[in-house]
Design a protein around this ligand. Structure first.
Ligand code: ARG
Length: 404
């Protein structure tokens, strides 16, 4: 009996060619694993195609709920965005997909796992670091990194072996999508000076075509997790899907970024992440109401560290777990409701409230009911400015104004 290999299958050109190539080159029996993280495909058709192209077995795994609860929500609580702009849809899904591949390989007695990543991106790193952490002695093969074919040659290979080609001519983009967002690379986007053409966007309207009336919505959070939309309790998956539609309709969530990849190059990336951008904004607004200043300042450092860890493929590490524990602790009082306004490409927070709010109207008001004792301010300023005053007197760092 031939050795078995589990292939992360998408139904696209590269992984379809890989089924055939793995058989031809290594003599493997290929098990195609289709992992659904909200990539909105017709999974039975993809299954069918894998078998038709030569897989001995094809299986679809619905991982959407696990993706939301175990990956997206921890990232939302952390406020995770790579380089402050990218909510990391792709980066968050990779460790989960790798974990599922490892499990299938074990169940099926496979000796190897294959993925369709090239040798230039972050995803190969994320997959392989995770697989190596969760398995022992499993071989990893990345056909697209090994076969050395150009895109044209890959298409010829597919034609020679009657593998159906999904690529539409003229659309030279590389696309990855799941419920947390969509990423578009390649083609004319490789010149960072080129404005992305409208055709790259699939989830968001342009501001020009967005409704002239703003959309108002209320998102309710419990301990940092969104639990209701417009007063209706909703599970995480449905809430994210609904927000992708609502915010996408108003053109919210388009991102154009020149990104520092882990493998040392800069790449130009376009993202669409309507729900992610909206939820991250709303969540942050609730934190500004419920976290103390020192918690909030320190959490920003954790956010940055956490984001880099995710981006760099280090989900399955003790370091990531430790940061998650800290982040969970910060979310104890991050419960309440945020009102957002979606309008012509912008998501604006226009209201926020929480039973754990640290905002005190009596302390902040300039009107009737003011409880802030202004007579204590001079004493505060005196002590606060004492070291500044002392240094300025004793060391000639600034010219002192003579008052004669
Ligand atoms: N640059 C992003 C990341 O590394 C997205 C990569 C997605 N791949 C694609 N073919 N568009 O997370």
């Amino acid at each position: 009996m031939a050795d078995r290999i589990v292939l992360a299958y998408s139904g696209g050109l590269d992984t379809s060619v890989a089924i055939r190539w793995l058989k031809e080159k290594y003599g493997y029996e290929v098990i195609a694993a289709i992992i659904d993280v909200g990539n909105e495909k017709d999974f039975s058709a993809v299954n069918e195609k894998a078998l038709q192209v030569g897989a001995i077995k094809a299986m679809a795994v619905d991982a959407k709920k696990a993706f939301v609860n175990d990956y997206i929500f921890p990232a939302l609580k952390a406020g995770a965005m790579y380089e402050g702009v990218y909510p990391m849809a792709t980066a968050l899904a990779r460790p989960l997909i790798a974990q599922i591949l490892a499990k299938i390989a074990q169940q099926e007695g496979a000796v190897a796992i294959a993925h369709g990543c090239t040798g230039k991106g972050n995803d190969q790193v994320r997959f392989e670091v995770t697989i190596n952490a969760l398995t022992s002695q499993i071989k990893i093969i990345a056909p697209a990194r090994e076969w050395g074919m150009t895109r044209e040659e890959t298409i010829c290979y597919a034609e020679r072996h009657s593998i159906p080609i999904p690529v539409k001519s003229g659309h030279a983009y590389s696309i990855d999508e799941n419920i947390w967002g969509r990423s578009i690379e390649c083609g004319m986007l490789e010149d960072p000076w080129n404005e992305p053409p409208e055709e790259v966007y699939a989830w968001t309207k342009s501001a020009k075509d967005a409704p002239d009336e703003p959309g108002y919505h209320e998102i309710c959070f419990e301990k940092g997790i969104p639990v209701a939309l417009d007063g209706q309790m909703t599970n995480g998956l449905d809430l994210i899907q609904k927000l992708n539609e609502l915010a996408g309709l108003h053109g919210v969530g388009r991102i154009d970024h020149v990104e520092n990849r882990l493998v040392g190059i800069k790449s130009r990336e376009i993202y669409e992440a309507p729900a992610a951008i909206t939820l991250l904004k709303a969540h942050q607004a609730l934190e500004s109401l419920t976290l103390a200043k020192d918690q909030s300042r320190f959490k920003q450092k954790v956010t940055q560290e956490f984001s880099d860890i995710i981006y760099n493929g280090l989900w399955f590490t003790a370091g990531r777990q430790d940061l998650c524990a800290y982040i969970d602790s910060t979310q104890r009082f991050v419960s309440g409701t945020v009102r957002i306004k979606l309008y012509k490409g912008c998501c604006t927070v226009v209201g926020r409230k929480s039973m754990h709010s640290l905002y005190s109207h009596n302390l902040a008001t300039y009107e009737e009911g003011d409880q802030f004792d202004q007579s204590t301010a001079p004493g505060f300023i005196h002590l606060y400015g004492l070291p500044v005053k002392t240094q300025a007197k004793l060391q000639p760092i600034f010219e002192q104004a003579e008052n004669k």
